[in-house]
Design a protein around this ligand. Structure first.
Ligand code: MN
Length: 274
């Protein structure tokens, strides 16, 4: 059944995530015109580990892959992408705090836009494990491929391990896009702003990320969010991002690729609502 796994994993009385409406998915599927572009998004998700959820609209739902290191604009850098359960289309603009349970942590809408398949038969491409497509987001653009691979999580049509790879084109480059443009395309904020807008003290005990890099990151975010909520400017702002990372959405796309006439027009990124 559509979205069955998504629903099984979550308790909608304790998560702010959308419950996923099957009828919405059906209607969305009927209206979709792949040649005109379908919705895509990337959600930066600090849970037990930091990762980037890459989602492509298909048949009324969001096909989803968890990319631990996030997308790379460098065609030589292949990023592991773990295929996960389909998400509802309504999830596509979700940003917020999941206080407990599956995926507990903070979700940021890191990129969104439209995608177009570069193949005639998307279902066949997915089955084969080789889907080529074009993205038109704020941060990610141009031609990409998702390729299923063998390895730890099994191969064949049930394999969960894929690679997300940028194709060589005008939108490829060596800018580290996750470092360069770390913030939300929805709220323009960082994780601490999202947490501050919610309940910065939600994890007084039992934090979703305890040890390691993610634990350390979350501890700092909680501290900064509490100060934001209290109306205090952080005394010693953490210089975790290059100054360029504060660039606006338009600047982001321009800096990634030097503008040509066409690219410049494209830079006025369209915001697509799912
Ligand atoms: Mn996730």
């Amino acid at each position: 059944m559509v979205l069955e796994k998504y629903k099984q994993k979550r308790n909608f009385t304790s998560t702010p995530e959308p419950s996923g409406d099957v009828k919405t998915a059906e209607e969305r599927a009927k209206k979709a015109k792949p040649e005109q572009g379908l919705f895509f998004c990337v959600q930066k998700h600090l849970a037990s580990h930091l990762h980037y959820d890459f989602r492509l609209e298909w048949k009324g739902v969001l096909l989803s892959w968890a990319v631990p290191k996030g997308p790379s604009l460098d065609p030589k850098t292949k990023r592991l992408a773990m295929h996960v359960e389909d998400h509802p289309i309504e999830y596509g603009t979700f940003e917020g705090v999941i206080p407990e349970g599956y995926g507990a942590g903070i979700v940021m809408l890191w990129d969104q836009g439209t995608w177009k398949p570069e193949v005639a038969d998307v279902d066949a491409a997915l089955k084969k494990g080789d889907l080529k497509f074009t993205l038109d987001g704020y941060k990610l653009k141009g031609s990409w491929v998702l390729v299923r691979t063998g390895g730890r999580w099994g191969s064949g049509a049930d394999g969960r391990s894929w690679l997300l790879i940028k194709h060589r084109d005008d939108w490829a480059g060596d800018v580290d896009i996750v470092e360069f443009a770390p913030k939300s395309v929805k709220s323009d904020g960082d994780f601490e702003d999202i947490l501050a807008a919610d309940q910065p003290d939600v994890w007084k005990s039992n934090r979703p990320a305890k040890g390691g890099e993610a634990g350390e990151m979350l501890a700092k975010i909680i501290e900064r969010a509490a100060r934001l909520k209290a109306g205090e400017a952080p005394s010693q702002p953490e210089q975790t991002h290059a100054p360029a990372a504060r660039a606006s959405k338009g600047e982001t796309a321009r800096a990634v690729k030097k503008p040509r006439a066409k690219a410049k027009a494209k830079t006025r990124a369209r915001r697509t609502k799912p």
